[in-house]
Design a protein around this ligand. Structure first.
Ligand code: NI
Ligand code: MN
Length: 227
C-alpha cells in the first residue's frame, strides 16, 4: 500500500480505494513548503489524534477542499460538527467499521486542547485494519504500558507510525521499546525535526532500531512510499 508523508504527524494512506488523511499540519510547516500543496492532498476521511495545533492546523481547509468525514474522539468531532463538518465520534477502547476497514481509538499519554482553548478530550491514537493490512498511528504519546494491549486486542500490525522526536513525545529510544510492546518491527517515524525542540539525529535513531533487528523508516516531507 502507498503511504505519503505530509510532515509532523500527517500521513495519507489509501485503503480499499479510500484516502485516509491523518493530522494535517501542512500550511504552517516550513518543512512542507514547496513540497506539499494542500489543495492537492486527497482525503475521504480525516483522522485526528488530538487537538493540538500541529495536528489540526489544516483540518478546516481539508474538509472544505475534499468534503472528508472526520474521525476523532467525541470532543473533537463535536467541535468540528458545530462548524458544520461531518464526523464520527469515538472514545478510547472503542472501534467502529467504515467502508475502508475498522478503526479503534486507543490510549495515548499526552495532553490535548484545541487551538482556541476548547477542551479536546483525551488524546489518542488509531489502530486501523481490514483484510489486507493492519497499522497503528500512535499520535503524540509517551511510551506507555497500554501499548501492550494492542497486540492482545487487534490483528497483527504490519507497520506502525510512532513519534520519535522527544521533548513533547517519546524519543526514539523509548519508541524502540514501544515497538516491542506492540510486536511490530517496521516503524515509520513521525513528530521530529519540525521545530528546534524535536530535531533528531537520523542516523542514531535508525541505528537504535537496527540494533534490535527492526527497521525505522524516515520519509521526506512530500515523499510517497510503497510499503
Ligand atoms: Ni500534541
Ligand atoms: Mn504534536
Amino acid at each position: 500500500m502507498k503511504i505519503t508523508y505530509y510532515g509532523q504527524a500527517g500521513f495519507g494512506l489509501r485503503l480499499n480505494g479510500k484516502d485516509l488523511l491523518f493530522d494535517p499540519f501542512i500550511t504552517p510547516n516550513d518543512l512542507a513548503k514547496d513540497k506539499v500543496k494542500l489543495a492537492d492532498v486527497p482525503a475521504d476521511y480525516l483522522l485526528i489524534t488530538h487537538g493540538h495545533q500541529d495536528h489540526v492546523a489544516d483540518v478546516e481547509a481539508v474538509v472544505k477542499n475534499t468534503g472528508a468525514k472526520i474521525i476523532s474522539n467525541y470532543e473533537i468531532t463535536t467541535y468540528y460538527g458545530a462548524r458544520e463538518m461531518d464526523g464520527h465520534p469515538l472514545n478510547h477502547g472503542g472501534k467502529a467499521k467504515f467502508d475502508f476497514g475498522t478503526v479503534k481509538y486507543v490510549n495515548a499519554v499526552h495532553s490535548s486542547v484545541l487551538p482556541d482553548g476548547t477542551y479536546a478530550g483525551n488524546p489518542g491514537g488509531f489502530v486501523i485494519w481490514n483484510d489486507e493490512v493492519c497499522f497503528y498511528h500512535a499520535g503524540d504519546t509517551a511510551l506507555t504500558m497500554d501499548m501492550q494491549l494492542i497486540p492482545m486486542t487487534c490483528p497483527k500490525l504490519d507497520f506502525a507510525i510512532l513519534p520519535i522526536g522527544d521533548n513533547f513525545t517519546m524519543g526514539y529510544e523509548d519508541a524502540v521499546i514501544a515497538s516491542d510492546f506492540i510486536k511490530c518491527d517496521k516503524i515509520i517515524g513521525c513528530h521530529y525535526d519540525t521545530f528546534g525542540y524535536i530535531e533528531i539525529d537520523h542516523a542514531a535513531a535508525k541505528k537504535a532500531f537496527a540494533e534490535k533487528g527492526k527497521e525505522l523508516i524516515l520519509l521526506e516531507v512530500g515523499e510517497e512510499r510503497e510499503l
